[in-house]
Write a protein that binds this ligand. Structure first.
Ligand code: T1G
Ligand code: NAD
Length: 707
């Protein structure tokens, strides 16, 4: 049976324990081990039933995604789990799945092939495969509707979200909740089964509904998937597979599921989403910061500035249960900030995200103030005042005087030099950048900016804090714009150049939207405020090299007072519901300005729009990597997916470049270089990888091997 699965006895009940840390994935050896245990159970006359349980902190988290990656890349697929699950289901003695932690994917499928399921209250069950770009591949789409009903099975398989134990009990997915020790409870449950039937899930039909009942369920699910999971193949495939369960016998339904499973698994989307799964976990690993680096306890916090970002950050801290003092410059600003926080929470209650009670508790944790007095005791301060070096330094000098030794002093700056900010204190090792994205209480990304003196403890604590706040923290270096905004700059630059060369606002935005971006670059500009970039460009104009083309159309709009959504006009016009309406005036203005600037006008293809915008990201990303401001290409991908609306099923900009082929990307950039000059100078790393026939993924692997 190997070391991965143990078979022991407790009286007349066999206990099958899976021990494949950390999450008991069904790696090679685990299915074989379970199969051997079932043989022993059948053979042993002293045993009446068995319990299948996970060792450690969880039941089974599903198939081993590393193995799935290999299959996606062409490794021949074995028989899969299906025969094992039939064997469990056909066992003549009842098998009880005992669930704690999570039963996900293949774990859920294994539990459903058992005759009964018990769980602790904190357990969760689900079919999350769609999040990896695939569908359940071991009859999950066939057994789930038989246990939970068609509507719920469609929802679980196409959306991928887990269900908590209590909900699972109501659905009939779980037969009993166990209070106290799970194994003891499961054994007691198994002992009572002697006189009971041994139900086989695959033989049940009572919840499969009629065609009349099911048709509208499938239609609604498909419409929902097309809208909310735009461009994704797997959710629609999952719905097709569940539909097959309602239309044909179990065995045939399994064949339909297999065909769809293989189609999804070998699609570029699955490869990209599996890359994203592992990249999201790898960002937490920082080569020079060991796992056992001591952490600084963060029990209380302070925020300076209650504007757009400070307010959102205060909510994020309070939502995680951390009491927070919020300091403003004057009473009017403090009242405005507090009322915005209250409004945001009220909206969350209205939309059903939070309960009133949760919100009341959070509001009690947020304490507005006009002085820094209370800041002497806090463990962490996040500064979110206006973007200006002099003001930031003044605030940090004050914090340095007031805050206790050992407190972390963080800045939410999006462009300024963290080292210069830190120089205003006597404790630069405690200064770090925590770059939240707007709206801070919604966006998942947190760039953690490492200054040259930032201590390992402060970085390790910031990374852990990100997790506690429900964010994905990515460590970045201290360069202008850090990683995300530094790349965003050439992306937006190209989108405006394209307008100035003859494309329309809608053409540019629709190409990127159709690619899968949450919004087009120009619509993002309107949302964030065109004046933000305009002000920054004015401030840094003296740094621009002379004779190099700069985009100007956005600045001209700002000069006319068109700042975007906040003024009702920007690249688009906005109605009272903030719906974007194309504005012919903008088209005419841009044409006129382009003529004045003598920019030749031409028909621009959708392909060029896509390549110009995306390769601008890739080229800058390659420079950032080479200069060491991002640790890995995957880190950049995670930043773009979680902070900039890049479609996860394209894997992020660096992964996307790999799928196009770096040679192709490089040659296209050379063309742009020839046409548009210096701004398109290819990044040396890109040139090198293209010449070697390598990918960013290869580069990452080589770096990992030498780390
Ligand atoms: N395979 C391989 N490694 C896995 C894994 C898996 N299924 N799940 C987790 N890991 C690794 C992960 O990379 C990390 O490694 C460590 O475990 C801890 O994970 C046939 C086709 C279970 C809720 O999609 O959702 O079944 O970084 O940091 O926050 O139909 O992991 O330490 O080296 O995320 O406590 C379906 C995926 C597979 C579940 C735990 N299953 N996992 O969260 O820890 S497809 C999933 C999770 C399938 C069948 C099909 C979460 C978790 P390292 P972690 P966590
Ligand atoms: P904002 O103008 O909405 O808020 C700034 C607040 O700081 C104002 O309410 C102001 O009264 C207050 N303030 C100024 N001086 C203060 C002082 N000495 N003490 C206490 N409060 C003071 O600005 P914002 O958009 O929230 O930006 C704040 C920071 O976050 C900036 O550094 C900005 O670059 C960064 N940032 C902004 C965004 C964004 O999208 N808005 C995104 C990421 C980062």
């Amino acid at each position: 049976m190997g070391d991965l699965v143990q078979f022991t006895k407790s009286g007349n009940v066999g206990v099958i324990t899976i021990n494949n840390p950390p999450v008991n994935a069904l790696s090679p050896g685990v299915p074989e081990g379970i199969s051997d245990a079932i043989d022993q159970l059948q053979k042993d006359d002293g045993l009446k039933a068995a319990v299948l349980i996970g060792g450690g902190s969880t039941f089974i988290a599903g198939a081993d995604i590393k193995e799935l990656e290999k299959m996606a890349a062409g490794k021949p697929r074995g028989a899969g789990l299906l025969p094992l699950l039939l064997k469990i289901e056909d066992c003549r003695k009842p098998v009880v799945a005992a669930i704690h932690g999570t039963a996900l994917g293949g774990g859920m499928e294994t539990a459903m092939a058992c005759h009964y399921r018990v769980a602790v209250r904190s357990a969760k069950v689900g079919q999350p495969e769609v999040k990896l770009g695939i569908i359940p591949g071991a009859a999950g789409t066939q057994r789930l509707p038989r246990l939970a009903g068609v509507a719920k099975a469609v929802e679980m398989c196409s959306e991928g979200n887990p269900v908590a134990a209590e909900g699972a009990l109501r659905l009939g997915l779980i037969d009993k909740l166990i209070n106290g020790d799970l194994l003891a409870g499961a054994i007691a449950f198994a002992q009572e089964l002697a006189a009971k039937p041994i139900p086989k899930t695959r033989e049940r039909h009572d919840k499969l509904g009629t065609p009349e009942q099911n048709a509208p369920v499938f239609a609604a699910a498909r419409e929902n998937a097309r809208k909310k999971q735009r461009g994704l193949l797997a959710p629609l495939a999952a719905i097709d597979a569940v539909e097959a369960a309602t239309k044909m016998p179990f065995g045939e339904g399994c064949q339909v599921e297999q065909t769809l499973f293989v189609e999804c698994l070998t699609s570029p989307q699955a490869k990209a989403l599996m890359h994203v799964f592992f990249a999201e976990r790898e960002v937490a690993k920082i080569p020079d910061i060991p796992k056992d680096t001591p952490l600084i306890p963060v029990k209380t916090a302070g925020v300076v500035g209650a504007g757009t970002m400070g307010g959102g950050i205060s909510m994020v801290l309070a939502n995680a249960g951390i009491p927070v003092l919020v300091k403003e410059a004057d009473q009017a600003a403090l009242d405005r900030g507090t009322s915005n926080i209250q409004k945001n929470y009220a909206n969350s209650v209205k939309r059903g995200r939070f309960t009133q009670q949760f919100v009341d508790e959070r509001l009690k944790l947020i304490q507005p103030t006009l002085s820094l007095d209370g800041f002497a005791d806090v463990d962490l301060v996040i500064e979110a005042v206006f973007e200006g070096m002099a003001l930031k330094k003044e605030v940090f000098a004050q914090l340095d005087k007031v805050c206790k030794p050992g407190a972390i002093l963080a800045s939410n700056t999006s462009t300024l030099d963290i080292d210069e900010i830190a120089s205003a204190t006597h404790r630069p090792q405690f200064v770090v950048g925590t770059h939240f994205f707007s709206p801070a209480n919604v966006m998942r990304l947190l760039e953690i900016v490492r200054g040259k003196a930032t201590s390992k403890e402060v970085i390790a604590t910031s990374m852990q804090l990100a997790k506690k706040l429900g964010k994905v923290g990515v460590l970045v270096g201290n360069c202008r714009g850090f990683v995300g905004n530094r790349m965003f700059h050439p992306y937006v630059r190209e989108s405006v150049f394209l307008l100035e060369e003859g494309a329309s606002v809608q053409e540019v935005d629709s190409v990127l939207y159709d690619f899968g971006m949450a919004m087009g670059p120009l619509a993002v500009g309107d949302l964030a405020g065109l004046d933000v970039g305009w002000r920054i460009r004015k401030e840094y104009r003296h740094l621009e090299k002379r004779g190099i083309r700069q985009p100007f159309a956005g600045d001209r709009l700002c000069e006319m007072g068109r700042f975007g959504q906040k003024t009702g006009r920007g690249w688009y016009k906005y109605d009272e519901n903030r719906r974007a309406i194309p504005d012919p005036e903008v088209t005419a203005l841009v044409r006129k300005w382009a003529a004045e600037a003598k920019i030749p006008q031409r028909q621009i293809t959708r392909e060029e729009i896509l390549d110009r915008c995306l390769y601008a990201l890739v080229n800058e990303g390659a420079r950032i990597l080479e200069e060491g401001y991002a640790l890995r290409p995957g880190d950049i991908d995670i930043i773009y997916i979680n902070g900039y609306g890049f479609p996860a099923h394209r894997g992020g900009p660096m992964w996307y470049a790999d799928t196009v082929g770096l040679k192709n990307v490089y040659h296209r950039i050379l063309e742009f270089h020839k046409q548009h000059g210096e701004l398109w100078e290819p990044a040396p790393l890109l040139k090198q990888l293209a010449a070697q026939g390598k990918t960013f993924a290869d580069y990452s692997m080589e770096k990992r091997a030498t780390a």
